[in-house]
Design a protein around this ligand. Structure first.
Ligand code: ADP
Ligand code: MG
Length: 625
């Protein structure tokens, strides 16, 4: 067979190919046009959208285009935004390739009407499927209006792949909302089929704009973390969705979609949401130049962080600190007394660590020592026995922190007694929970308490679970997790890339109690692991971590995972429903709850307490008129 000659593609074919990338779907086209308007300093932008995106008009009040440049605006690689390759690296505008309009012009009928300030009349240029027509004067306001019709009519293959009108409209709305969130200083309007669908007038700031875009009660926070600046607005735990569609992310002002940042937000809400619930939040991240590559896709909806785990931490910690203040308690029905109790007062590291060790040990004694008791009611004496079962085995427990060791052996007694003792907060600060008057236990499951004008029922299991969980999390953050050292390292075989992935996490793993080292391209030696894990679970646990790391391509996975591990562990290591508690134990539990913020929800998101105002009793008894 004869070789076929190599030929250059005709320019309209090139344009059509580019159009496939730049305007893969009409919503992308809207995004390009809106970004052009923003690049032109517009303060008011109107989008009209019809026929599932085959007809689009975007009008703005920006700087406009000179009549002499109008034609060039439709030509490929013509842009006013960069002139030398170096400019590519100092990009502050959205567009820069100069290919959006040319690409769109290749696959539609397009009309550009524009009038800069210096011109007394507007001019228009139009093109039909790539053929540019002459420029002529036209009626038109200051600014630019781009009108597109018959999108993809000359590319039947693409037409077939158009999504339904509904799906495309939804996507355009998402684009408008995202843009509106990133630019409160600009007014936006979306009309579909001639009706105003969305309208966001110029807002005073991020929070105000976010409220009008997201439509729920939101709170605001900001923080700086390892050079990353994070600004966020977020909902309380009562405003949730069943999917992540209420989560919006912006990096350097650009809307992006990023699973790891989503996970970071969910992580921050850990313990506040039920499984499968997502909060509503918008997060803006600003990173130093060179820390991020924003141009990895033509539609620019993804970014590559140089250090994804840093971005994860920055987002989850900034949000977490704000959530720990439980701002939703400050307003509304729950009152200020509750709110004051939501703020942590205890910062004594040793005391906290001691508490953690006790929680861990108790867990260990219950599970590692081969106990088969699960879920059933256990007697008080079993629950409060000294946690020595595990520590009696001489080789199995080693603590790297002598102070932890000491405080543990000194403390000696039951989980409740010990932690109550080492908890200075109970004396110096009467928090929300400890100031409740305990009346008794109901149904072997609920503490019945009184607080002024209401009864409060506290779920003993959920409450204790919360405390154990927070202790573990805090110990982990402060490096106080108990590790179990092995005399002979455990060696596991892994795929080389899994091994690499785990080694990249070594530091975070060390904080969890794992000491790992490569023994070859496929062998990993483990010389210590968290005391709370059974040895048999170590391999599968690490393998799962490796898979997650590879999937997500970052080292944040450990942080994401740790909450799961601790939540599960806390659930198994604490007092259960059906277990009788004495008055002192109940008081002690309430005092421990005051050590931590967010005590109002168990780590799985169930409420810890339920209130019953006397006003309701009175009503039920018919005492009120
Ligand atoms: P890019 O945005 O990458 O430069 P485009 O094809 O989107 O490429 O636009 C080409 C040029 O047309 C822009 O560089 C800009 O000068 C001009 N332009 C496009 N839209 C507008 C607008 N709404 N207002 C002012 N100028 C515009
Ligand atoms: Mg552009």
């Amino acid at each position: 067979m004869e070789p076929r000659p190599i030929e250059e593609l005709r320019s309209e074919v090139v344009d059509q190919i580019a159009a496939g990338e730049v305007v893969e779907r009409p919503a992308h086209l809207v995004k390009e046009l809106v970004e052009n308007a923003l690049d032109a300093d517009a303060k008011d932008i109107e989008v009209e959208f019809d026929e599932g995106g085959r007809r689009v008009r975007v009008s703005d009040d920006g700087t406009g285009i000179r009549p002499s440049d109008l034609k060039r605006a439709l030509q490929r690689h013509a842009t006013s935004k960069i002139s030398v390759a170096d400019d590519l690296w100092r990009l502050s505008s959205f567009g820069f390739r100069g290919e959006a309009l040319a690409s769109i012009a290749a696959v539609s009928r397009i009309e550009l009407v524009s009038r800069p300030k210096a011109e007394s009349v507007a001019h228009r240029v139009s093109a039909e499927f790539g053929t540019i027509k002459a420029i002529e004067p036209s009626a038109g306001n200051l600014g630019t209006s781009v009108h597109i019709e018959s999108l993809f009519e000359n590319v039947p293959a693409r037409l077939k792949f158009m999504k339904s009108e509904m799906a495309e409209t939804a996507q355009v709305k998402a684009v408008l909302k995202a843009t509106a969130l990133s630019r409160p200083d600009v007014g936006f309007r979306l009309k579909t089929k001639g009706r105003v669908d969305l309208q966001f007038p110029v807002a005073s700031g991020f929070l105000a704009r976010a409220k009008s875009v997201l439509g729920v009660k939101l709170y605001e926070t900001e923080g700086e973390f390892e050079g990353l600046k994070v600004e966020a607005v977020f909902s309380g735990p009562e405003d949730v969705l069943g999917n992540g569609k209420g989560l919006w992310f912006f990096v350097q002002g650009r809307w992006i979609q990023d699973r790891s940042l989503q996970a970071a937000v969910v992580e921050a809400y850990r313990g506040l949401l039920m499984h499968g619930e997502y909060p509503i939040a918008a997060v803006k991240i600003t990173v130093p130049d060179g820390e991020v590559d924003v141009n990895i896709s033509p539609t620019k909806s993804a970014v590559k962080f140089r250090d994804p785990s840093r971005a994860f931490r920055a987002v989850s910690r900034t949000l977490r600190s704000a959530l720990e203040l439980a701002p939703w308690m400050q307003d509304g029905t729950r009152g200020a007394a509750m709110a004051s109790g939501a703020v942590p007062a205890m910062r004594d590291v040793n005391a906290v660590s001691a508490g953690v060790v006790s929680a861990v040990s108790q867990y260990s004694s219950q599970y590692s020592a081969g106990s088969t008791v699960r879920g059933e009611a256990r007697s008080v004496s079993e629950f409060t026995r000294p946690y020595r079962a595990k520590t009696d085995e001489p080789s199995s427990v080693s603590s790297e922190r002598p102070d932890v060791e000491t405080s543990r052996s000194a403390a000696g007694d039951s989980f409740f007694a010990q932690t109550a003792e080492s908890s200075p907060v109970a004396e110096v600060h009467k928090g929300k929970w400890s100031s409740l008057k305990v009346i008794g236990q109901a149904g072997l499951t609920y503490l019945v308490c009184e607080d002024g004008d209401k009864l409060i029922f506290v779920d003993q299991h959920a409450a204790h679970e919360r405390v154990a969980y927070e202790r573990l999390m805090r110990a982990w953050r402060e490096g106080g997790i108990e590790a179990q050292a092995l005399l002979i390292p455990l060696v596991i075989e892994l795929e080389p890339e899994s091994l690499e992935a785990l080694l990249s996490q070594a530091q975070d793993l060390a904080k969890m109690g794992f000491a790992i080292e490569a023994m070859g391209p496929r062998s990993l030696a483990i010389s210590s692991f968290p005391a709370l894990l059974k040895e048999s679970a170590v391999k599968s646990g690490l393998e799962e971590l490796a898979v997650r790391t590879l999937e997500r391509g970052g080292s944040f996975v450990v942080e994401e995972k740790i909450g799961d591990v601790f939540a599960r562990m806390a659930c198994h290591s604490v007092v259960r429903a059906g277990q009788p508690l004495g008055l002192e134990q109940m008081r002690s539990l309430l005092e421990q709850m005051d050590e931590f913020p967010l005590s109002s929800f168990c780590p799985h998101g169930r409420p810890v307490s339920v209130e019953y105002p006397y006003a309701r009793l009175e009503r039920d008894f018919g005492r009120t008129v």
